[in-house]
Design a protein. Sequence first.
Length: 222
Amino acid sequence: MEFELVIGDKNWSSWSLRPWLLMKQAGLTFNEIPVRLRSPQTKSEILAHSPSGLVPALKWRGKVICDSLAICETIAELYPEKNLWPQDMLTRAIARSVACEMHSGFRDLRIDMPMDIVNIYPGTAISDGTKSDIRRIVTVWREMRQQFGQLRSDDQGFLFGHFTVADAMYAPVVTRFATYAVDLAAMGDDGTALAYMKTMRTLPAMRDWEAGAEAGLKARGL
């Protein structure tokens, strides 16, 4: 299958990271169509590829699939053998629940801690709303790992043992917590969230994305 994935700058586009990482983890081949964000031409360049005017967008068979979660769902459906959702029905429902919670929630976190992979901003003041978001995410990670991931004999350190759409959805948060040097222990982490972050950040695909983020900024002279 021939895929083209339209993405924004790797340093800033948290939404683009999600399907990109999922497709890389699934071992799929696709062409990247990069669009520069934060420029006067950004909107027109995106609209040339994506009718929603947003990235990411997946171009496939002459059509365009918009929205990161919709793209991830499409890939999971096209490649059931990749097990991009848990196989058990109830576990799969829980995985979808936490993925959708990330997709539609945590507004304060998004505002206070925008994704900025290359830079580090320790000690950044955060609102009470963001602290609440962080505590909830720490809880989600701990509960998913303890109730599902850690119980698998083939546990690989991901939320549900093996890499799923849920991990792709939370990948940008992993980078945010690193960028803003969040004290996870102060947010209720017993070490589970920190270990999960290490699992995610050491993925070769995540390292490739981070290298792309740095190269992209250098190319723009930033």
